[in-house]
Design a protein around this ligand. Structure first.
Ligand code: GDP
Length: 196
C-alpha cells in the first residue's frame, strides 16, 4: 500500500475529535527536530505530506494520513521543545495519554531518536508512558547518514541495551536516513506486516 498515494486525512487537536475506530493505526513520535516529518515524507514518497516546521513544538495535534489501504499513519506532536510553554506541554501530555490509553486500533508507535544524540531524558519519559500504557513501540534512529558506520553500530547497540528490560519495547532498533533512504524499505515492510 505504500505504492498508493497518501493523503492528509485530518488533524486531531483534542481527544474528543478523534475519528471513529477504523483501520489499524501506526503512530510516529519523537522530539522536535528529530526528523519526523522528513521520515514520514520519505516513507510515503510525498514531499510535504507531513509539514517540516521551522517552529518546533508548534504542532500540538495528531495528524492522520491514509492511503486508503488498511493502515493509517498518525503523526504525533513533537516533544521536548525547550521553549514550549508549560501549558502546551500539559495539553500535549493529556492528548497523548488519552490517545495511547484508549486507542484499540493503535498497533505500534515508532519512537524516533536522533542517531547523533541517542536517548535523552524526555525520550525516556515517552518510553515510560508507552510501557505504562502497554502500547507496543519500536525505536527508529534518524539521520543515520550523519554518523560513520562504526558510530552508527555503536548507537544501535547502546540503544538496544538501554531498552532491553522495557516491557513494551520491540528489541530491534531500525537505523534510517531520510536523506539516503536507509531503512525505508524495511520500515515500509514492517508497517505493511502490522496492517494485516
Ligand atoms: P521534525 O521536527 O521532527 O518533523 O523534523 P524535520 O523533519 O522537520 O527535520 C528537522 C531537520 O533535520 C531538518 O533540517 C531536516 O532537513 C533535517 N533532517 C531530517 N531528516 C534527516 C536525515 O535523515 N538526514 C539528515 N542529514 N538531515 C535530516
Amino acid at each position: 500500500f505504500f505504492a498508493r498515494p497518501w493523503n492528509f486525512l485530518r488533524s486531531v487537536p483534542s481527544i474528543e475529535t478523534l475519528p471513529p475506530i477504523g483501520e489499524t493505526e501506526i503512530a510516529f513520535a519523537g522530539r522536535s527536530n528529530v526528523g519526523k516529518s522528513s521520515l514520514i515524507n520519505a516513507l510515503t514518497g510525498r514531499i510535504g505530506l507531513a509539514r517540516t516546521s521551522n517552529t518546533p513544538g508548534r504542532t500540538q495535534e495528531l495528524n492522520y494520513f491514509s492511503s486508503g489501504a488498511g493502515v493509517i499513519v498518525v503523526d504525533m506532536p513533537g516533544y521536548g521543545y525547550a521553549e514550549a510553554p508549560k501549558q502546551l506541554v500539559d495539553s500535549w501530555n493529556q492528548l497523548i495519554r488519552a490517545y495511547l490509553r484508549g486507542r484499540v486500533t493503535l498497533r505500534r508507535v515508532y519512537v524516533l531518536i536522533d542517531a547523533r544524540h541517542g536517548l535523552k531524558a524526555n525520550d525516556l519519559e515517552t518510553l515510560d508512558l508507552l510501557d505504562s500504557t502497554a502500547v507496543s513501540y519500536q525505536i527508529v534512529l534518524t539521520k543515520a547518514d550523519k554518523l560513520k558506520p562504526g558510530g552508527l553500530e555503536r548507537v544501535v547497540e547502546e540503544t538496544a541495551a538501554a531498552i532491553k528490560r522495557r516491557p513494551a519495547a520491540h528489541p530491534t532498533i531500525i537505523a534510517t536516513s531520510s536523506e539516503t533512504g536507509l531503512g525505508m524499505d524495511r520500515l515500509r515492510a514492517e508497517i505493511a506486516a502490522l496492517a494485516v
